[in-house]
Write a protein that binds this ligand. Sequence first.
Ligand code: ADP
Length: 348
Amino acid sequence: MKNRLATKVAAAVFLFTGVATAAELAVTESFSIWLVLSVAAVAAAAAHVATHHLVVRRLELARDTLRQIRRHQFDNLSEANLGRGDELNDLIRQVYRTGQVLESEFEELNSMENYRREFIGNVSHELKTPIFAIRGFAETLMNGALDDTKVSRAFVEKIVRNSDRLANLAKDLSEISKLATGEQRIAAEPFDLRRLSADVVESLESIAAAKSITLTRQVPGTTAPVMGDAPRIRQVLVNLVDNAIKYTNDGGHITVSATPGDGGGVLIFVEDDGIGIAPEDLPRLTERFFRVDKSRSRTAGGTGLGLSIVKHILAAHNEVLRVESRVGQGSRFGFHLPTATAAEMGAA
Ligand code: ADP
């Protein structure tokens, strides 16, 4: 069974040699039939050995490799040291490479599946917390607290705060899924960073003022127009300033600034003198749903998605988020944007 190919080749050689010799015999009638058959048998045996050596062993190797691939035993796959210039060796190499490609695709699918499972778990947890809180407050009101004006007002305020959390979560989730799937395209155009930063500071000033935080802006009038998707960069700045407000204690200071970058372009920073971040937490900041202090983030209306959205927007601009921080002293988040060229300004 094992050497079927070699046996077939040997039989063919045997038959061919026999027919050829019989024909010759018919012409010469000088050889013994037994001698002819012996020569044919030796030739067939030699052909069997040669075929087995040259073909069958390599076919077995290809079959074993395919079997391992079928059983997902990628760890056992090892590339045989086969010479070039032979179709069978090329075929075996292709089988081996197919195994390698499948292995990496399986790994990617597995990690996506794990990621999806974790993401859904996180989302459902994030949804449950405010929903249960709203239900709890509403039930307490229904069971009699409605009659106490002071208590009922406090509870209704909590219901509103938790509904805001749900609304923030829905907004951030839709934003992040659009960014991750590439549905949200980046349209880079020249824009005035000074105007955009003034707009952001103005929109968040009242929230900072409620915590007696001083929010200042240092963007020189000489700052050249930059290239980027203005509404998305606005969102980056809003998220960074909003975080700075959330994680800075009352009476703190926040500065939004812009300076020329070393290699050209503009560096934009949002700096605070807030609670700061420990070095071991810095690498995880842009992970979805990662928070250093969960309860502080939730109380402040955080979703744990703000910096992840920032990372995605900057990545779509081919830029990265830079973070420097010291616990108890404050944090500085920054990113780079290229300045618009004369041609880009003309096209705009
Ligand atoms: P959140 O909605 O919780 O603020 P983010 O993704 O915006 O989520 O930020 C992730 C975490 O990073 C926050 O929960 C907080 O622990 C930390 N963080 C972000 N910005 C600052 C900051 N300016 N100062 C201190 N910690 C910060």
